[in-house]
Design a protein around this ligand. Structure first.
Ligand code: SF4
Length: 426
């Protein structure tokens, strides 16, 4: 029987393993249910495979390829190579085709995603795409795609969003999740439970790739996933931009974890202003939550990110609320924002260190500033762990990268503050 292949091209610099769970394993599982015994998945960050032999040995009928910043250079090389050797229709999904469709015009690829959920578009492509000569016959059966013909885009029907009961979850028999865990050095399962974010921070990719309306995986679907994997995993990383945005959902989730999975622990992420409800935090602790990540970014966000104008005392209270309910706090911090100063970075990191917050820094990466003229080689440099950023006066890009690795060593890396103004906590 001929097969459909989903490929994750090899990343150039840093692998973002969590996305292999969410944007690869979860999609492959969904597609596997729609096309039983016909879906193959190839993760080239993990598997060193001769793609030509693989294609020939497996009678591949169509290909869907995930393309993000890290793997874009290799993805375009693969498209070129495959298209020169085989007449197999290929489509691209992920953030690059959504953000930079023009890059694909000369690539010989057959279709890219335009809107809606990735899996819906891939499913309709596998099901309906024929060939460019008959495009008018099938284009309206494809959801959320852009067919490329004679260097022009032909838009298909609009994309659709899946109901949260239909989202897939990563399975060992379909994608190499054990290898993902080895790379991370952690035995924990990643499960995406929300898509879309209403806050619209300009630097963030989520609104572009998932939209600004939040959608969630159903509690029953989560229960099924955890039941399936809980003999192998006892800790779950809940992947959601703002887990506590919907308190009713959090309550239902906690009830399910307490009654069905009392031996499974979990962690989540949310915003500073969404952890004021002490009863909710207490219940999360009882339901197995061990850690909450907060998008703090910096102590003077007012000058930096309009959508995260938290007061310092609000950040302080959020940290205390979580810690008093016996959960750890991870603080997500952004380095290299325009107008950020060396003193502010030191203040932010020392403030978090004094409070025993685990710090996870990333480099400010202005995806929103990129335009269609960017070339593929430069896309691969846009990585929040490795981008060279010279925005902070008196701090080199190398020092920022050292801070990403060792945020608690800010005094060794940056020295002392230039001013002695205290941090205001009312
Ligand atoms: S709140 Fe977080 S996920 Fe939402 S847009 Fe802002 S940075 Fe992105």
């Amino acid at each position: 029987m001929s097969k459909y292949l989903v490929i994750w091209p090899k990343s150039s610099n840093v692998m973002h393993i969590n996305y292999h769970y969410t944007q690869f394993g979860e999609y492959v599982d969904y597609l596997n249910k729609k096309f039983p015994n016909q879906i193959l998945a190839l993760d080239l960050d993990i598997e060193d495979t001769d793609l030509n032999k693989y294609i020939e040995n497996n009678q591949i009928k169509k290909i869907a390829m995930q393309i993000n910043y890290e793997n874009s250079k290799n993805a375009f090389d693969i498209i070129k190579s495959l298209k020169s050797n085989y007449d197999i229709p290929i489509m691209a999904y992920g953030c690059i085709p959504r953000m930079f469709p023009e890059l694909f015009i000369d690539s010989n690829i057959d279709m890219i995603i335009n809107n809606g959920d990735d899996e819906v578009c891939i499913e309709s492509f596998f099901e309906n795409y024929k060939n460019l000569e008959s495009v008018s016959e099938f284009k309206n059966k494809i959801k959320g795609g852009r067919i490329i013909k004679d260097k022009n885009f032909i838009d298909t029907s609009s994309g659709e969003f899946l109901d949260g009961s239909e989202w897939g979850y990563s399975k060992e028999e379909l994608v190499p999740i054990k290898e993902y865990d080895k790379i991370k050095g952690k035995n924990r399962y990643v499960l995406n439970i929300s898509r879309g974010c209403p806050f619209g921070c300009s630097h963030c990719l989520i609104q572009i790739t998932e939209g600004n309306i939040e959608r969630r995986r159903t509690i029953q679907n989560i229960d099924n996933a955890i039941t399936d994997i809980s003999d192998k995993y006892k800790h779950i990383k809940i992947w959601a931009a703002n887990f506590t945005l919907n308190k009713k959902y959090v309550d239902s989730f906690c009830n399910m974890m307490i009654t069905k999975h009392p031996d499974v622990t979990w962690e989540c992420a949310t915003r500073v202003e969404l952890v004021r409800d002490i009863d909710m935090l207490h219940k999360m602790h009882l339901a197995g939550c061990t850690q909450i990540s907060l998008g703090i970014e910096s102590l003077n966000n007012k000058e930096l990110i309009q959508t995260k104008d938290f007061k310092n005392d609000e950040i302080d209270t959020a940290i205390k609320n979580i810690q008093q309910n016996e959960m750890k706090v991870k603080g997500c911090v952004m380095l290299g924002m325009p107008n950020q100063t060396k003193d502010n970075i030191i203040q932010t990191l020392s403030f978090l260190k004094e409070r025993n917050v685990i710090v996870r820094p990333t480099i400010y990466t202005p995806y929103q500033m990129l335009d269609k003229h960017i070339n593929v080689e430069d896309l691969s440099k846009y990585n929040r762990k490795t981008l060279k950023n010279d925005n902070v006066k008196g701090v080199t890009s190398e020092q920022l990268l050292q801070l990403v690795k060792s945020p608690y060593d800010y005094d060794k890396i940056l020295g002392t503050r230039d001013t002695k103004d205290d941090i205001e906590i009312s």
